[in-house]
Ligand binder design. Structure first.
Ligand SMILES: Nc1ncnc2c1ncn2[C@@H]1O[C@H](COP(=O)(O)OP(=O)(O)OP(=O)(O)O)[C@@H](O)[C@H]1O
Ligand SMILES: [Mg+2]
Length: 245
């Protein structure tokens, strides 16, 4: 069973995407498909291009070639705000809340930029932040900041969400909670692309994975098969930090 066989209508279709920084091809012809209500994992060693893929699809970096189609619309080269309004949102590898605002205000600012904002209180409930809504964002724990980042993305009513290393630095209990939260999102019809180094966490959340190395996809399919794949093992060899569970 491959990632592809689970997809009926790809919601997101990334084809042969190339992103350059000068002459360096951080993405070197990447093709990824994500179906409706599907969660896929994006794994690969440090510097393999995972965040670059998120940033390119979300319109922060221009692509040199290739295409991005989402829900039947060509989003290649579109501005970040247009892409967000089309229904693609993301969390950041390093959370960037407005530190001087409260938790609620941070979510309200995001809601303000949405075409169809969700109810702020409902999103705060969903991300387990309701009891902290009046706290200053700067006083949150690392886990709460990550959930605030998620809340800011969720309030925009995404159809597809890129999650860039949400699990890093969380305790085992916090990881369980976040995994359940993400799985509930998928059950509610949101598609996810989860960038993650923690395989045990990914196993609970995703339907399949893409493995990226040096800007190229070297494997797509179930996580279990990825971990048993010779090329994937080679890529992770000596990089135990990238394949820990
Ligand atoms: N803005 C940029 N300018 C120049 N080079 C960049 C830029 N962003 C990323 N790169 C380079 O592109 C490559 C891919 O980086 P990227 O951040 O996408 O990796 P990653 O897979 O997300 O790694 P990590 O697991 O460490 O987060 C790296 O060599 C990085 O140095
Ligand atoms: Mg990254």
């Amino acid at each position: 069973m491959t990632v592809n066989s689970q997809i009926r209508t790809p919601l997101l279709q990334i084809a042969d995407l190339v992103t350059r920084f000068g002459k360096f091809r951080a993405l070197d012809g990447v093709s990824v498909e994500v179906g409706e209500s599907q969660a896929i994992g994006l794994v690969g060693p440090n510097g393999s291009g995972k965040t670059t893929l998120v940033n390119t699809v979300c319109g922060l970096y221009p692509s040199a070639s290739g295409s991005i189609h989402f829900a039947g619309t060509n989003l290649t080269g579109k501005r970040a705000d247009i892409i967000a309004k089309a229904g693609i949102n993301r969390t950041f590898q390093i959370s960037k809340p407005f530190a001087s605002l409260t938790v609620r205000e941070n979510v309200e600012v995001a809601a303000h930029h949405a075409r169809h904002p969700r109810d702020v209180d409902e999103v705060l409930e969903q991300t387990d932040l309701a009891s902290h809504s009046r706290a200053s964002a700067s006083n949150l724990t690392a886990a709460q900041q990550k959930r605030l980042d998620l809340a800011r993305a969720l309030v925009m009513s995404p159809r597809l969400l890129f999650i860039d290393e949400l699990a890093a630095g969380l305790t085992p209990n916090e990881l369980q909670d976040v995994a359940a939260m993400l799985r509930n999102l998928v059950n509610d019809g949101v598609s996810l692309v989860v960038v993650e180094h923690l395989m045990g966490f990914l196993e609970q959340v995703v339907d399949g994975v893409y493995v990226l190395t040096a800007g190229q996809v070297i494997f797509r399919g179930p996580l279990r098969d990825a971990l048993a794949d010779d090329r994937v093992q080679e890529v992770f060899l000596g990089r135990n930090d990238s394949a820990r569970s």
